[in-house]
Design a protein. Sequence first.
Length: 240
Amino acid sequence: MNKTVLITGSSRGIGRETAIYLAKNGFDIVLHCNKNKEKTTDVQKIIEELGRKVRILQFDVSEREQAKKVLLEDIEKNGIYYGVVVNAGITADNSFPAMEDDEWDRVINTNLNGFYNTLRPLILPMIQNRKGRIVALSSVSGLAGNRGQINYSASKAGIIGAVKALSKEVAKRNITVNCVAPGVIESDMTENLPIEMVQDAIPMRRMGTANEVASLINYLLSEDASYITGQVISVNGGMY
């Protein structure tokens, strides 16, 4: 069976750790980056050392035609992916009264439109293949909202709705579609958070790790998860 998985935004953070975790568990990997080609190449070398096949695609998930062109060319050459992890995302935090139009547009275009731009070219080939796994990354912000992140919360809540609807459309083709909603995860995006805030907000009194998120994604891509679809599973230490 083809066990190739595309992971968008896999140069760092959760995407990087997911790519390595999946490779350790027998998946071949298609890495994706927009600008961080050098960091993505570093991930590629790690996966090659694990003995798995790996290649890199470079495109901006917010650019629809660019994404479509690169993805269709890749699957025409190499075949459709068994799994897709829609992970690429950005933040541009600000209070709503002070939020700039560009801050709203960039976050929605990358996080929510990026879901559409990535999956739309791939969904018919996956349907024709009659088997597949899709995992999209939402956030605790998409479930509960977060001050200063109205744009990000909106984009991540939109992904939840899209996942639930898409799961119903493709279930009869043996394609599962699920959502993972991380809480506060150790990464370059959270390295400056004060420890007091973490302790007050998280019942487990610590941040999560990208590896803990990756292990759940690996499970949702596995054969053992073949009857799980349309679900939102949080990895948040009891926050919500």
